[in-house]
Design a protein around this ligand. Structure first.
Ligand SMILES: NC(=O)C1=CN([C@@H]2O[C@H](COP(=O)(O)OP(=O)(O)OC[C@H]3O[C@@H](n4cnc5c(N)ncnc54)[C@H](O)[C@@H]3O)[C@@H](O)[C@H]2O)C=CC1
Ligand SMILES: O=C(O)C1=N[C@H](C(=O)O)C[C@H](O)C1
Length: 269
């Protein structure tokens, strides 16, 4: 076996799936173990290269994750919460590092991931880019330095196909702001303003989501006081930043003990 990890990509035809496959194929530090799509998808049983509009790669798109994971040291998963939970159990069975970018998880999904992480490492982040993970750190620091005279608002924009809101990144930023303030996000989050909402509650952390066109991902954390405003901003213009982070995580996770990790661990932030 080569010392480069073989990586399985699930959700091969997705916006992130395609980007991840290309990133692994271009990497000199990892190889492609195989790819999956959901049962019934038109790519199943076909050659991946042809599906992606190029020459044959000799890799057949599978709908059997366990068969693909058995050949892999890592699985990268940007699919849906229900699919990710199923993949987590199978990746744990195969003792493969599971890198999860999927967002929109609820508490029951997270509990199942924690159970799987008892058997193999899981690295999960709502955003795998270096820039956003730095922004998370900055947000925590700024929130720590300012008092509640500064109202905190997180504003995010994404493409028209995104199905969850607020984005995983917005929630990471909100969590960091709450931590900086020494409060629990659940106690202060204001996620759905509409109609006669009443004046803003002091100390709340507000979230707003814009959906349209092909926006890759934009996040502002606004600290607004009387007479001044600080805006921390990240603009993603290319999904490669997420794919590079995920492949880095898959490599970093090799040899790690079972448990739950995030991109702060991978990036050493
Ligand atoms: N953490 C991060 O850095 C990022 C996270 N994301 C998240 O990744 C997820 C996917 O995003 P996109 O690629 O834009 O969505 P997409 O809808 O383009 O792709 C998802 C793919 O997963 C496939 N899929 C669904 N169930 C499956 C199953 N059981 N087995 C195999 N494949 C299955 C779908 O058929 C689809 O091709 C979302 O939750 C999104 O928020 C997206 C970009 C960056
Ligand atoms: O769905 C997306 O596209 C993205 N999802 C992630 C999120 O929910 O924050 C990361 C990135 O913003 C793109």
């Amino acid at each position: 076996m080569s010392d480069q990890p073989a990586i399985a990509i699930v959700g091969a035809s997705g916006r992130m799936g395609r980007m991840l496959i290309q990133t692994v194929l271009d990497s000199d530090q990892a190889t492609l173990a195989g790819v999956t799509e959901r049962a019934g998808h038109e790519w199943i049983g076909k050659d991946l290269g042809a599906c992606m509009g190029g020459a044959d790669l000799g890799v057949t798109v599978s709908d059997d994750p366990l068969e693909v994971f058995a050949k892999a040291q890592a699985v990268i998963d940007f699919t849906s919460p229900d699919a990710t939970v199923e993949h987590a159990a199978l990746a744990a069975q195969a003792r493969a590092v599971h890198v999860i970018g999927t967002t929109g998880m609820d508490d029951s999904h997270l509990a199942k991931l924690s159970a799987a992480a008892r058997h193999a490492p899981i690295i999960r982040a709502g955003n795998m880019s270096l820039g956003v993970n730095l922004l998370v750190q900055l947000t925590r620091k700024v929130a720590q330095a300012l008092d509640e005279d500064f109202d905190i608002e997180v504003v995010e924009a994404h493409h028209r196909h995104k199905v969850d809101a607020p984005s995983g990144t917005a929630l990471m930023l909100g969590e960091a702001a709450a931590e900086g303030r020494g409060v629990a996000l659940d106690d202060v989050a204001d996620r759905g303003r509409d109609g006669i909402t009443g004046a803003r509650k002091r100390g709340d952390i507000g979230f707003s989501a814009i959906r349209g066109g092909d926006v890759v991902g934009e996040h502002d954390v606004i600290f607004a006081a009387e007479g001044e405003r600080i805006v921390l901003r990240h603009l993603a213009t290319d999904r490669r930043i997420f794919a590079r982070g995920a492949v880095k995580a898959a490599i970093w996770g090799q040899g790690k003990n079972p448990g739950e990790y995030d991109m702060m661990d991978v990036l050493g932030l």
